[in-house]
Structures are given as structure tokens and as C-alpha cells.
Design a protein. Sequence first.
Length: 153
Amino acid sequence: MEELTFYRFIEETCRLHKEEEGLYRRLSRHFGLSDSAFWILYTLEALQRPVTQAELSGYLSLSKQTINSGLKQLEQAGHIQLTSGSGRRKHLQLTSQGRRLAAATARPVLAAEERTFHSMTEEERASLLALERKYLSLLLQESNQFFQSSQEE
């Protein structure tokens, strides 16, 4: 068995992330949606409740500009609507037409993800999350040195 060096690890991690990203991009195109429109539908379908644009941005880790583009596309097509929330906050929710679109696009993807989830043992699911959390925690600790020192210009 080939030794897993740091550089091989990084290469394989990047390849896996790109492959996963590519899969979701292909799914978006398959359903005739932009990436941002797909992810908005996906999030609204997964959460099953109205969300603010800030919440959506937090869930998706996409720029406001990218989210705005998807929202505009979905709103113009009659798939989402803005409703008044507390204060000045507006909530996004699917219209009946949007719910039908989400049922034909996002819901089958969520179902495939759920079947994938259930095809792993409880121990595998827990290990996957635990290792992701540990790696991120250690990386954040290592990264603190960058945030604590000022950059020379």
C-alpha cells in the first residue's frame, strides 16, 4: 500500500471535493437550473420553512451576489416569494409552483442523499462526522497564527 503523504492527502482531498462539487453542478444542469437556484431550492426544501437571505447565505456559504442572482431567477419565474418577517427582515419561501419544482428537483436529490446516508453504518456516519470535525478543529488552531499576526505590506 502506498504511503499517504501530506501532499497525496491534499491532492486526494481536493479531487474528492471537486468531484462532489461537479456532481451537484451536473444535477443542477440536469434539472435546468443554475447552481445558485438549485441550492436555494435545495435549502428551502431541506429546511421546510421560510428563511431570510442572511440565513440562506450562511447555510450555503455563497456570496450575496450569487444568492441574489439565484433568487432573482427563481422569483421572476414565480417559484419563490418574499414575505414580511419581524422588523425589516424578509423571509423567502416557496410558492406552490416552487414547491412543485422543488419536489421534482431538490427532493429527489435529498432522497438520494438519505439513501446514501442509510447505506452507511451508524459507526461509519459518526466516524465521518467526527473526523471532519477533528480535521477542521485542528486546522482552525493552526490557522490562528495567521490571524494573530499582522501582514507586512
